[in-house]
Unconditional design. Structure first.
Length: 164
């Protein structure tokens, strides 16, 4: 009887050791960490793309602040330097847009350089004054850069054949 208990104790100890090692290996797996980073970059990129395609002329200041907070580099500079002109244009046009990211994918991610290229399918609803709202689907390419404030868009372009 004592041998049986000793055998079960040994088997339990081996199972516990194997489980602990497996858990440790999974928690420190570089591929798992990279996968989590990809998901994080995709979430931040999707939110930024949605922000950059949503605008209400009645809340222009808030919208432009959101655009500025979602961007970096040359795109950020263009938004901040052209802010006054853009506010006048949208006040005159009185247009409201809202966007929904339908799908997205990370095409490239360089963790060391802090750069990523993402692809998105976006539905934008355009509501011009006095007219019926219209949906427009687009495929967009977003270039992101890691900043101290997170991943920000520094370029946003249409993918070839990207509008329907």
């Amino acid at each position: 009887m004592q041998r049986i208990l000793m055998a079960f104790t040994l088997i339990a100890a081996l199972c516990a050791a194997w489980s602990g090692w497996s858990w440790y290996a999974a928690a420190h797996d570089d591929e798992a960490a990279f996968s989590r980073l990809r998901e994080h970059v995709l979430r931040e990129g999707a939110q930024a793309v949605q922000n950059l395609n949503t605008f209400d002329y009645r809340e222009a200041e808030k919208g432009l602040d959101l655009w500025a907070g979602s961007t970096t580099g040359e795109l950020h500079r263009q938004i901040t330097e052209g802010r006054a002109d853009f506010e006048r244009q949208v006040a005159k046009a009185r247009t409201v847009t809202s966007a929904e990211v339908l799908d997205g994918a990370v095409a490239e991610l360089d963790e060391r350089a802090g750069r990523a290229r993402l692809l998105f399918a976006v539905r934008m609803t355009l509501s011009p004054p006095g007219a019926r709202a219209a949906d427009r689907r687009m495929r967009l390419i977003a270039e992101l850069t890691r900043t101290s404030g997170g991943w920000k868009v520094d370029a946003l372009t249409r993918a070839p054949g990207g509008a329907r």
